[in-house]
Design a protein around this ligand. Sequence first.
Ligand code: BEZ
Ligand code: FE
Length: 272
Amino acid sequence: MTRNFTPEQHLAEVLASFDGSTDDRLAEVSRAAVRHLHAFAAEVGLSREEWFAGIQFLTAVGQMCDDVRQEFILLSDTLGVSMLVEMLDQDGSDGTTEPTVFGPFHVDGAPPRENGDSIIETELGGDPLVVEGAVRDLDGAPIAGATVDVWQTAANGLYDVQDADQAPMNCRGVFTTDRDGRYAFRTVRPVDYTIPDDGPVGAWLGAVGRHPWRPAHIHLVAAADGFVPITTHLFDATSEYLGSDAVFGVRESLAVDVASGSARFDVVLDRS
Ligand code: BEZ
Ligand code: FE
């Protein structure tokens, strides 16, 4: 019997199956996902065993997830997809602060703190650091009343939510800019740390010869009424991992001097 049904005809049949969708965007995204998945399988000549191994990997990723561990976000981050989506979604005007990944360790409801306050609730050592900056618009005018939500690991390289020895909300706080658009806080110098690598994503990174390190950084989300919020980091300009971040989040413009014990990080927001 002649086998004359081609992969192209097969793809066309699958794509046509979305024609009855009443959700145009969902159909568009589904068709594109199918097109790229079929092209991927065809490009590498995927065997049945390999496809099954991939399904087992994704099953293990799902089984690793709970309220505090989101292995799928780690997978998206380490594939570079999270950063790509940030670039597409936070596609601000030239001159605005560059965005980077949100990551899985933000906590809603971090305590509001006064400018100049410390975000340390549990003393775990580390080099003292003062971070100061201003939030401005594209014309350089200060934005008063902007919020700057910051979070980072303690000196042991762990976030409070990963470490029973840290008080909840350690190394977190929400600051509000003063009339000159300025914010300031005291903390410890951030350290290089590994993303959680004891699950299937860590095993895959090891198998493909990649490391799980992120360069030392502090997360910030700056927001103000009438402006597009920005999710970003400030990075330690001396980190040895700046060129090989496990989640591809580094941008040169975000690397600042923290070694001197004081860091300056200004944020520029675009009007919404
Ligand atoms: C973080 O910077 O907190 C982070 C980002 C991506 C994956 C894991 C952690
Ligand atoms: Fe982080």
